[in-house]
Ligand binder design. Structure first.
Ligand code: GDP
Ligand code: MG
Length: 315
């Protein structure tokens, strides 16, 4: 039961695998052959094949995939070309608790007047310049059907704002969002929204979330709770301050702009006129028109880039 865990990449050569398993290469080649795979020392086998062979050999070893991408990413960021970057903040929570309204308010307040009116389509990610620096926000849907997207949102961000309506309190997607953020190990700031409402009970929200491990600072815990209203704007400056403070304290956010872009596709759809359209969050590097991109099994070339203001840009 006490299996040894070995980390290997997505694929590995027969020679390398024999090495990590501490087995003679001939044993491994023999076992592969028994399974219908004729191999040589330098032949690459994939992770699944390697796992199968380890099982067949009856070794007390468990293979796990090494996060090659993560290692590579860290290496990139460690170069002296890495510069400070804004925190990416996912706004999460139950449907109708006010995620989009909060972002709209922050955006209206911080984006130069005139630009805001031009925004017609829903774009899930944008930058906001605050007095304390730039913040990248990511809106996430609260509907039950969007679990995967929320998981992706939590994974691609540095910090999560958990929006809970003070009148409704903690709801199923509140808990689910919380689980995603905790699984992704991102710091959480709680925005208790709709405090303008008569039925608002922000104290109850604090009690409910304490049961899930989010204990407010004022009760001796380490989670910041900020009471806000997306209608009156109350508490929003405090919320921005909390975000920037938490990001500064917990994270050293740096990225290298001088490399091919890497990031995540937040959402995508097929537009009749324009073809495939996707919202991407670039984590490092610079994305330019003409660049080739790969996302999962899809690939293509960047034909146009449109920023959160709806303007065409070249990078
Ligand atoms: P989302 O599903 O979390 O993005 O929620 P929305 O931003 O779409 O808001 C849902 C509803 O709640 C809308 O009718 C908003 O006008 C309303 N709402 C959002 N924030 C507040 C608030 O702070 N106070 C009040 N009274 N209503 C709010
Ligand atoms: Mg919304």
């Amino acid at each position: 039961m006490n299996e040894k865990v070995l980390l290997i990449a997505d694929s590995i050569t027969v020679g390398e695998l024999a090495d990590v398993l501490n087995l003679p290469v001939t044993t491994l080649i023999g076992e592969l052959f028994k399974n219908g795979i004729a191999s040589t020392l330098n032949q690459r086998i994939d992770f699944d094949t390697a796992t199968l062979i380890v099982e067949e050999l009856g070794l007390e070893v468990e293979l796990q995939k090494k996060e090659a991408a993560a290692t590579e990413r860290r290496a990139h960021e460690l170069t002296d070309k890495a510069v400070a970057r804004p925190p990416i903040v996912a706004v999460m929570g139950h449907v109708d608790h006010g995620k989009t309204s909060l972002l709209d308010y922050i955006r209206r307040a911080k984006v130069a007047a005139g630009e805001a009116g031009g925004i017609t389509q829903h774009i899930g990610a944008y930058h906001v310049e605050t007095e304390r620096g730039m913040v990248t926000f990511l809106d996430t849907p609260g509907h039950a059907a969007f679990t995967a997207m929320r998981a992706r949102g939590a994974k691609s961000t540095d910090l999560a704002i958990l929006v809970v309506a003070a009148d409704d309190g903690v709801m199923p997607q509140t808990i689910e969002a919380l689980n995603h953020a905790q699984a992704a190990d991102v710091p959480i700031v709680v925005a208790v929204n709709k405090i303008d409402k008569e039925s608002a009970d922000p104290v109850r929200v604090r009690g409910q979330l304490s049961e899930f491990g989010l204990v407010p600072e004022e009760y001796g815990g380490d989670t910041q709770f900020v009471d806000v209203s997306a209608i009156t704007g109350a508490g929003l400056d405090e919320l921005l301050a909390s975000i920037v403070l938490t990001a500064d304290a917990a994270l050293d956010l740096r990225a290298n702009p001088d490399m091919p872009a890497q990031g995540v596709a937040i959402e995508a759809h097929l537009d009749k006129g324009r073809g495939p359209v996707t919202t991407v969050l670039v984590h490092r590097g610079t994305l330019r028109i003409g660049d080739s991109i790969v996302a999962g099994s899809a690939h293509g070339r960047v034909r146009a880039l449109i920023n959160e203001q709806g303007e065409n840009v070249t990078e």
